[in-house]
Design a protein around this ligand. Structure first.
Ligand code: BGC
Length: 922
């Protein structure tokens, strides 16, 4: 099939998403939309460094151009105070943007330009309106902090706000941030307008300008509650500990806590967001059927601007025996764009099963609808619901009987809501403990072994074509083949697109001979991370996407993403990230959607639907409860089964059942004493037996795995495979023999049948990918139109070196610098396949990822990724064919933090005439 990817339409769709995801919290004094005939003064150095996303794997998309807010405004015809802009530009040159050092080392904020009062005064004489941009980033390995420059403003930022407020008639504050930051100090400076513009990807400034100029009315709604103080968040007391995160707040996360127990602590409620216009919502009909309540409304635009509104339905369930949050989001729909006075009728469906609570009390372990009245509150935020209808249940109704799974092993107290004279209050109670025997659950569920047949000549394509069954195919695989297929190869495996995170499936020559293609995984939630420097589209971040509350729009955006993936031969995007915003300081909140599992699950499903339409998929991650970056590899989350089921697993359950997720990534950390990568409860009992998941699961990169009660370690395939976490990510060579697996198969700790089951999960997925189509010669082609090529070559002069069989080049003094290249060229007398070894060292953390991509003749030929080496030299290698006498080599650095020592080329096999002729033809 021939496909076309129109880059302009892609940009337009992304900008539309940005405009719909911006949340306007305040707009007084007619500050917005801007009067486009007047000059605007823009303050804050971030005007020169728009944060398109956060950092780490969720933000390393190489782009040729980022349209920042000033670019967007200028493109939209807004006159900018150029003198002020030049002052910032000059200061920025003298005080360069601090890239930080290596993986996770980028500072979460940048030094701000101190403002001279006279500069502000002069700017105010030229313009009535000031825009002040405050920026923050965040990402992997460290959380944000309750400190100046992180959650709080720096004194220079505060000083800037105060001075600008003093001199300007209208002040608009824009927060270019991944997640929430403190608003108390900002509001004390009384800006007229305040907007979370989030991180909007490479075209963020265009979408932001569309809102500022009034081309689009803001329609984004808060995916998180904004409390007055960070200490008001229910998880605050339990967040940040290095060893244990005890989830005492239980199911009372975000607005579930505030609306039930702490209404007065809320500054801006969940679901809140202003528009330039106003809307009236009228309830026209309610139908209660056995499984759902269908609510009909008419939304009318009652103001002077066009705009969209989000109708939100919250359920107030009877407190019953279990105790419930006062309000729980159970449905939402966004209108189309309505002109002034235009009306729109909508039907909103509430599925009754979505209202169930999980009873984790002794021996119950079921989803239940407790008897009583379920009141539906309808409105445009959790606090502004003026309409009501209800549904009555006469007797308790068990929706689904489950088995106890993932329950705590250590005692702790959790909150439970109880009815009281003044409404609802809470008590502390002991969370029910695990009573199951995990090993027995595994043994009771052991699959039957398929007898080994040896190679019968059956290829995977024969299974696809219906000639043989998958069982017949898998019967041919030896124990060693099975031990290879459960190990993904990477990062930067040459089996797949250069610079990507991993290859899976056809990761050994034997598997390739059986016709198993190598599937390709690439980070991440905001677009493809191609560490060789290849440019890709950078999308708005997860929090912005959630704020759109617009499933259709997000689905359309991800259809573009899917097509771009095919063009780059990528089968699985390593995203969406869909952990719950349990606490505002989690470093990766920017990748994730919301504090609410229903919104999270449905937005993730919208992304998956878009990708699935194109035949690629997204890997939902991190399964589950990855809610803190501090010590993420060793943190044990102690959580009740109820909180897991209703909050932290719920979003994934929706993505599996509604979004039909096909691939899942587990976490680095542990839940109730067992690292998720080796948890049978999580990967088998819940995911497959209860939810019916049919795809394959992978670990996070170099994740720890353990047996209960034992220390976790990396590359520990046995507990992983037994739990049915199918693939370990990642190994540098998946085809080598693993002694642990061999020993476990011998002594029965692991069965061949379990490996066959994992293999079938992987193969069942890969058989329906574009990777499979490619090896069957049925590849889709993608023509990209309207894309201007970014120049990513180095300007440095290239030195040529002559190479015989072996050649070693001293690289001492060369340091990896993010986004930069080191280039030279080779004169090769013997063409053929060379082993290329780079030796380098790093003082970064042992899990830092510092990739170096080797470009040969402009083609990315291999990516080698170092972790921290304790400062000691570590050699990594790959094989590269050099068929040309003159070969330019370019080393591209995607991160700082690596000291290079040398690069060595060793001839492995000389090319014969046929090889060279073939190379010339191609
Ligand atoms: C992150 C994952 C990511 C992986 C591959 C890990 O550090 O936690 O989300 O997909 O790296 O880059």
């Amino acid at each position: 099939m021939k496909r076309t990817l129109d880059w302009n339409k892609y940009l337009e769709k992304a900008a539309e998403t940005v405009a719909e995801g911006i949340v306007m919290l305040k707009n007084d004094n007619n500050a917005l939309p801007l009067d486009t005939s007047k000059t605007v003064s823009v303050f804050g150095r971030i005007q020169l460094h728009y944060y398109k996303s956060g950092t780490g794997s969720g933000g390393m998309v190489n782009v040729s151009k980022v349209t920042g807010i000033v670019d967007g405004l200028v493109d939209a015809g807004v006159k900018i105070n150029e003198k002020l802009f030049d002052i910032y530009r000059q200061w920025d040159e003298e005080n360069p943007f601090d890239q930080g050092d290596g993986w996770g080392g980028e500072p979460w904020n940048q030094k701000e330009m101190p403002l001279d009062e006279s500069v502000v005064e002069e700017a105010a004489s030229l313009s009535d309106t000031a825009i002040v941009i405050i920026g923050r980033t965040a990402g992997e390995e460290q959380d944000a902090r309750l400190e100046e420059g992180s959650y709080l403003l720096t004194s220079t930022e505060l000083d800037m706000l105060k001075k600008v407020r003093k001199h300007f008639k209208k002040v608009v504050v824009l927060l270019n941030v991944g997640g929430l930051i403190d608003l108390e100090q900002i509001l004390e400076c009384s800006p007229d307008s305040l907007l979370y513009v989030w991180q909007g990807g490479m075209t963020g400034g265009t979408g932001t300008a569309a809102v500022l100029t009034g081309k689009v009315s803001p329609s984004g709604k808060l995916p998180d509650t904004i409390a007055y103080k960070i200490s008001d968040y229910p998880s605050d007391k339990y967040f940040g500990d290095k060893n244990k995160a005890v989830y005492k707040e239980d199911i009372f996360v975000g607005y579930r806590w505030f609306e039930t127990f702490a209404k007065d602590k809320v500054l801006y409620p969940f679901g809140f967001g202003l528009s330039y216009t106003t809307f009236d919502i009228e309830l026209t009909d309610v139908k209660n059927t056995e499984n759902e309540t269908i609510i009909s409304v008419i939304v009318t635009n009652t103001g002077k601007f066009k705009g969209k509104e989000v109708v939100q339905v919250y359920c107030e369930a009877p407190q019953g025996r279990l105790g419930k949050p006062q309000m729980v989001l159970c449905a939402f729909e966004k209108t189309r764009e309505l002109a002034p006075f235009e009306a729109h009728s909508m039907e909103i469906r509430v599925k009754h099963n979505d209202l169930a609570s999980y009873d984790d009390s002794d021996g119950k372990n079921c989803w239940i609808l407790e008897k009583g009245k379920y009141i539906f509150h309808i409105g445009n935020s959790v606090r502004n619901c003026t309409l009501q209808c209800s549904y009555e249940i006469e007797n308790d109704k068990i929706i689904e009987q489950c088995s106890q799974a993932l329950a705590p092993h250590a005692e702790f107290d959790r909150i439970r809501a109880v009815s009281s004279a003044n409404g609802v209050s809470y008590v502390m109670e002991k969370a029910p403990l695990s009573k199951i025997n995990e090993e027995k659950c595994r043994l009771d569920n052991l699959p039957a072994e398929i007898a080994y047949t040896g190679d019968k000549g059956i290829k995977l394509a024969d299974v696809k074509n219906g000639k043989y069954t998958m069982e017949e195919f898998v019967a041919q695989l030896s124990d060693h083949d099975l031990s290879c297929i459960i190990r993904g190869e990477g990062m930067g495996s040459p089996r797949v697109t250069a610079g990507t995170a991993s290859a899976f499936g056809g990761v050994s020559d034997a598997l390739v001979k059986f016709g198993v293609p190598a599937g390709c995984c690439s980070d991440g939630p905001s677009g493809m991370r191609l560490d060789c420097g290849t440019k890709a589209f950078s999308l708005p971040n997860g929090t912005l996407i959630a704020s759109t509350f617009n499933r259709k729009l997000v689905e359309e955006l991800f259809e573009f993403m899917g097509t771009e993936m095919i063009a780059n031969k990528v089968d699985c995007l390593l995203g969406p990230g869909m952990n719950i915003h349990r606490h505002p300081l989690n470093g990766r909140n920017f990748e994730y959607f919301s504090e609410d599992p229903f919104l999270t699950g449905h937005m993730a499903s919208a992304e998956l639907n878009g990708l699935h339409k194109i035949g690629v998929t997204g890997t939902i991650k991190h399964f589950c409860a990855n809610n803190q970056e501090t010590n993420r590899h060793f943190l044990d989350s102690i959580v009740s089964e109820r909180a897991l089921r209703e909050i932290y697993l719920k979003s994934f359950e929706i993505a599996v059942k509604v979004g039909k997720a096909k691939t899942i990534m587990t976490t680095y950390g542990s839940i109730n004493g067992l690292w998720t990568a080796g948890s049978f409860d999580l990967n088998t009992t819940i995911l497959r037996d209860e939810w019916g998941f049919k795809g394959f699961t992978m670990t996070d990169w170099w994740a720890n795995v353990n047996f209960r009660g034992h220390e976790p370690k990396r590359n520990y395939y046995v507990p992983m495979a037994r739990a049915q976490n199918d693939v370990y990510m990642v190994c540098s060579d998946s085809s080598c023999i693993d002694e642990d697996i061999e020993a476990a198969l011998k002594d029965g700790t692991l069965t061949r049948a379990e490996l066959q089951r994992n293999a079938m999960n992987i193969l069942g997925f890969i058989i329906d990918t574009h990777a499979m189509k490619r090896i069957m010669g049925e590849e889709d082609t993608v023509e990209i139109i309207n894309r201007s090529e970014g120049d990513d070559a180095s300007d440095e002069p290239v030195v040529f070196y002559e190479i015989e069989d072996n050649f070693k080049l001293d690289l001492s003094g060369v340091k990896s610098e993010k986004g930069k290249n080191h280039s030279f060229a080779l004169i090769i007398s013997k063409q053929g396949w060379y082993d290329v070894t780079i030796t380098a060292s790093s003082t970064q953390s042992p899990l830092a990822q510092i990739p170096v991509t080797i470009f040969a003749m402009g083609t990315a030929s291999g990516t080698l990724t170092w972790n921290g080496t304790d400062g000691k030299p570590v050699a990594l290698n790959c094989e590269i064919p050099f068929f040309s006498r003159f070969t330019a080599i370019r080393l591209y650095f995607a991160q700082n933090g690596l000291d290079l020592h040398s690069i060595e080329f060793r001839l492995v096999r000389e090319a014969d005439d046929m090889d060279l002729a073939f190379a010339e033809d191609n």
